[in-house]
Design a protein around this ligand. Structure first.
Ligand code: DX5
Ligand code: ZN
Length: 213
Protein backbone atom coordinates (compact mmCIF):
# COMPACT_ATOMS: atom_id res chain seq x y z
CA UNK A 1 0.00 0.00 0.00
CA UNK A 2 1.28 3.46 -0.90
CA UNK A 3 0.74 6.10 1.80
CA UNK A 4 0.04 9.79 1.22
CA UNK A 5 -0.24 11.63 4.57
CA UNK A 6 -2.40 14.74 4.42
CA UNK A 7 -0.63 17.85 5.72
CA UNK A 8 -4.04 19.25 6.67
CA UNK A 9 -3.52 17.59 10.07
CA UNK A 10 0.03 18.95 10.47
CA UNK A 11 0.89 21.76 12.89
CA UNK A 12 1.03 24.74 10.53
CA UNK A 13 3.27 26.59 12.97
CA UNK A 14 5.91 23.95 12.25
CA UNK A 15 4.89 23.05 8.70
CA UNK A 16 8.34 22.41 7.22
CA UNK A 17 9.27 20.15 10.15
CA UNK A 18 6.00 18.22 9.84
CA UNK A 19 6.51 17.75 6.08
CA UNK A 20 10.08 16.54 6.61
CA UNK A 21 8.88 14.13 9.31
CA UNK A 22 6.47 12.28 6.98
CA UNK A 23 9.07 12.15 4.19
CA UNK A 24 11.70 10.74 6.56
CA UNK A 25 8.99 8.49 8.02
CA UNK A 26 8.62 6.65 4.72
CA UNK A 27 5.60 8.19 3.01
CA UNK A 28 5.23 7.84 -0.76
CA UNK A 29 3.44 11.10 -1.57
CA UNK A 30 2.70 14.32 0.31
CA UNK A 31 -1.06 14.96 0.06
CA UNK A 32 -1.96 18.66 -0.14
CA UNK A 33 -5.62 19.67 0.34
CA UNK A 34 -6.50 22.88 -1.48
CA UNK A 35 -9.93 24.28 -0.51
CA UNK A 36 -11.42 27.52 -1.80
CA UNK A 37 -14.32 28.19 0.59
CA UNK A 38 -16.82 27.73 -2.29
CA UNK A 39 -16.74 24.11 -3.44
CA UNK A 40 -16.28 23.09 0.19
CA UNK A 41 -17.10 25.03 3.39
CA UNK A 42 -13.46 25.47 4.36
CA UNK A 43 -10.44 27.42 3.17
CA UNK A 44 -6.89 26.12 3.29
CA UNK A 45 -3.71 27.06 1.45
CA UNK A 46 -2.54 28.64 -1.79
CA UNK A 47 0.65 28.48 -3.87
CA UNK A 48 2.79 30.51 -1.42
CA UNK A 49 2.35 27.95 1.35
CA UNK A 50 2.44 24.98 -1.03
CA UNK A 51 5.77 26.29 -2.33
CA UNK A 52 7.13 26.09 1.24
CA UNK A 53 5.79 22.52 1.47
CA UNK A 54 7.43 21.62 -1.86
CA UNK A 55 10.78 22.99 -0.59
CA UNK A 56 10.61 20.92 2.61
CA UNK A 57 9.38 17.74 0.89
CA UNK A 58 11.66 15.02 -0.41
CA UNK A 59 8.66 13.08 -1.78
CA UNK A 60 6.37 14.10 -4.67
CA UNK A 61 3.31 16.25 -4.06
CA UNK A 62 -0.24 14.95 -4.55
CA UNK A 63 -2.41 18.07 -4.87
CA UNK A 64 -6.13 17.51 -4.19
CA UNK A 65 -8.17 20.44 -5.51
CA UNK A 66 -11.49 21.11 -3.76
CA UNK A 67 -12.29 24.29 -5.68
CA UNK A 68 -14.76 25.80 -8.12
CA UNK A 69 -12.47 26.96 -10.92
CA UNK A 70 -10.21 23.98 -11.52
CA UNK A 71 -8.38 25.33 -14.55
CA UNK A 72 -7.38 28.52 -12.72
CA UNK A 73 -5.97 26.51 -9.80
CA UNK A 74 -4.10 24.13 -12.11
CA UNK A 75 -2.29 27.18 -13.52
CA UNK A 76 -1.49 28.39 -9.99
CA UNK A 77 0.03 25.11 -8.81
CA UNK A 78 1.63 23.76 -12.02
CA UNK A 79 4.91 25.72 -11.53
CA UNK A 80 5.46 23.75 -8.28
CA UNK A 81 5.75 20.54 -10.37
CA UNK A 82 3.51 18.24 -8.33
CA UNK A 83 3.36 14.57 -9.29
CA UNK A 84 -0.47 14.53 -9.32
CA UNK A 85 -3.21 17.12 -9.52
CA UNK A 86 -6.67 15.72 -8.79
CA UNK A 87 -9.95 17.54 -9.39
CA UNK A 88 -13.56 16.78 -8.44
CA UNK A 89 -15.74 15.47 -11.26
CA UNK A 90 -18.78 17.09 -9.58
CA UNK A 91 -17.29 20.51 -10.29
CA UNK A 92 -15.99 20.11 -13.84
CA UNK A 93 -18.00 20.66 -17.02
CA UNK A 94 -15.09 19.73 -19.33
CA UNK A 95 -13.11 17.02 -17.54
CA UNK A 96 -11.50 15.64 -20.68
CA UNK A 97 -10.17 19.07 -21.63
CA UNK A 98 -8.85 19.66 -18.10
CA UNK A 99 -7.13 16.25 -18.07
CA UNK A 100 -5.36 17.11 -21.33
CA UNK A 101 -4.29 20.44 -19.87
CA UNK A 102 -2.84 18.82 -16.72
CA UNK A 103 -1.03 16.20 -18.82
CA UNK A 104 0.39 18.90 -21.14
CA UNK A 105 1.98 20.49 -18.05
CA UNK A 106 3.82 17.22 -17.31
CA UNK A 107 1.65 16.50 -14.28
CA UNK A 108 -0.25 13.25 -13.77
CA UNK A 109 -4.02 13.87 -13.88
CA UNK A 110 -6.40 12.32 -11.35
CA UNK A 111 -10.18 12.53 -10.84
CA UNK A 112 -11.88 12.70 -7.43
CA UNK A 113 -15.34 11.28 -6.67
CA UNK A 114 -17.40 12.49 -3.72
CA UNK A 115 -19.06 9.81 -1.55
CA UNK A 116 -22.34 9.96 -3.54
CA UNK A 117 -20.82 9.83 -7.05
CA UNK A 118 -20.88 6.40 -8.72
CA UNK A 119 -17.68 5.14 -10.38
CA UNK A 120 -19.57 4.47 -13.63
CA UNK A 121 -19.83 8.23 -14.13
CA UNK A 122 -16.15 8.37 -15.12
CA UNK A 123 -15.86 5.09 -17.04
CA UNK A 124 -15.07 6.85 -20.32
CA UNK A 125 -12.43 9.07 -18.70
CA UNK A 126 -10.45 6.24 -17.11
CA UNK A 127 -8.16 5.72 -20.09
CA UNK A 128 -6.91 9.32 -19.77
CA UNK A 129 -6.07 9.50 -16.06
CA UNK A 130 -3.34 8.01 -13.87
CA UNK A 131 -5.38 7.84 -10.66
CA UNK A 132 -8.93 8.02 -9.30
CA UNK A 133 -9.40 9.34 -5.77
CA UNK A 134 -12.46 8.07 -3.91
CA UNK A 135 -13.56 10.27 -1.02
CA UNK A 136 -14.47 8.24 2.06
CA UNK A 137 -15.66 11.38 3.90
CA UNK A 138 -17.37 14.55 2.71
CA UNK A 139 -14.56 16.82 1.52
CA UNK A 140 -13.71 19.85 3.63
CA UNK A 141 -12.27 18.69 6.93
CA UNK A 142 -9.83 16.23 8.45
CA UNK A 143 -10.74 13.93 11.31
CA UNK A 144 -14.13 12.71 10.01
CA UNK A 145 -15.59 9.20 10.19
CA UNK A 146 -14.92 6.74 7.35
CA UNK A 147 -17.97 6.08 5.10
CA UNK A 148 -17.92 2.28 4.48
CA UNK A 149 -19.78 2.32 1.12
CA UNK A 150 -16.47 3.40 -0.44
CA UNK A 151 -15.40 -0.24 -0.22
CA UNK A 152 -18.06 -1.39 -2.71
CA UNK A 153 -17.24 1.63 -4.86
CA UNK A 154 -13.57 0.68 -4.94
CA UNK A 155 -14.48 -2.86 -6.01
CA UNK A 156 -16.69 -1.58 -8.83
CA UNK A 157 -14.07 0.96 -9.88
CA UNK A 158 -11.38 -1.74 -9.90
CA UNK A 159 -13.44 -3.81 -12.38
CA UNK A 160 -13.86 -0.77 -14.66
CA UNK A 161 -10.16 0.03 -14.40
CA UNK A 162 -9.21 -3.51 -15.38
CA UNK A 163 -11.32 -3.12 -18.50
CA UNK A 164 -10.32 0.44 -19.47
CA UNK A 165 -6.86 1.25 -18.04
CA UNK A 166 -5.19 -1.35 -15.77
CA UNK A 167 -2.34 1.06 -14.90
CA UNK A 168 -4.70 3.57 -13.27
CA UNK A 169 -4.27 3.77 -9.48
CA UNK A 170 -7.10 3.91 -6.91
CA UNK A 171 -6.62 6.27 -3.95
CA UNK A 172 -8.95 6.58 -0.95
CA UNK A 173 -9.10 9.72 1.21
CA UNK A 174 -10.80 10.29 4.56
CA UNK A 175 -10.99 8.50 7.90
CA UNK A 176 -8.39 5.91 6.92
CA UNK A 177 -6.68 4.03 9.77
CA UNK A 178 -4.76 0.82 10.42
CA UNK A 179 -8.04 -1.15 10.69
CA UNK A 180 -9.95 -0.16 7.54
CA UNK A 181 -6.78 -0.12 5.40
CA UNK A 182 -6.91 -3.93 5.17
CA UNK A 183 -10.33 -4.10 3.55
CA UNK A 184 -9.33 -1.25 1.23
CA UNK A 185 -6.27 -3.20 0.10
CA UNK A 186 -8.48 -6.25 -0.56
CA UNK A 187 -10.83 -4.07 -2.65
CA UNK A 188 -7.94 -3.08 -4.94
CA UNK A 189 -6.95 0.28 -3.45
CA UNK A 190 -3.33 1.28 -4.22
CA UNK A 191 -2.89 4.52 -2.24
CA UNK A 192 -4.38 5.73 1.04
CA UNK A 193 -4.48 9.31 2.26
CA UNK A 194 -4.38 9.67 6.03
CA UNK A 195 -4.28 12.92 7.98
CA UNK A 196 -5.28 12.62 11.61
CA UNK A 197 -4.26 8.95 11.87
CA UNK A 198 -0.68 9.82 10.85
CA UNK A 199 -0.20 13.14 12.63
CA UNK A 200 -1.98 12.19 15.86
CA UNK A 201 -0.47 8.72 16.19
CA UNK A 202 0.87 8.20 19.74
CA UNK A 203 4.03 6.49 18.45
CA UNK A 204 4.81 9.16 15.83
CA UNK A 205 4.36 9.56 12.10
CA UNK A 206 6.90 6.89 11.10
CA UNK A 207 5.09 4.17 13.06
CA UNK A 208 1.74 5.34 11.69
CA UNK A 209 2.94 5.15 8.08
CA UNK A 210 4.52 1.73 8.66
CA UNK A 211 1.29 0.38 10.14
CA UNK A 212 -0.69 1.51 7.05
CA UNK A 213 1.83 -0.13 4.73
C1 DX5 B 1 -10.75 16.07 3.41
C2 DX5 B 1 -9.35 15.90 2.88
C3 DX5 B 1 -8.56 14.80 3.46
C4 DX5 B 1 -8.36 14.87 4.94
C5 DX5 B 1 -7.99 13.53 5.46
O1 DX5 B 1 -11.42 16.99 2.62
O2 DX5 B 1 -9.40 15.67 1.47
O3 DX5 B 1 -7.31 14.67 2.78
O4 DX5 B 1 -7.42 15.81 5.32
O5 DX5 B 1 -7.91 13.60 6.85
P1 DX5 B 1 -8.31 12.38 7.79
O6 DX5 B 1 -7.38 11.25 7.45
O7 DX5 B 1 -8.13 12.91 9.15
O8 DX5 B 1 -9.74 12.00 7.47
ZN1 ZN C 1 -7.55 15.14 0.36
Amino acid sequence: MLVAPSILSADFGYLADDVKAICEGGCDLVHVDVMDGHFVPNLTIGPVVVEAIAKAATKPLDIHLMVENNSFFVDLFAPLKPEFISFHIEEEKHPHRLIQKIRSLDIRPAIVLNPHTPPEKIEFLLEYVDMVLLMSVNPGFGGQKFIPSVIEKAQRLKALIEKRNPDCLIEVDGGVNDTNVKVLADAGVDVVVAGSFVYKHPKGVGEAIASLK
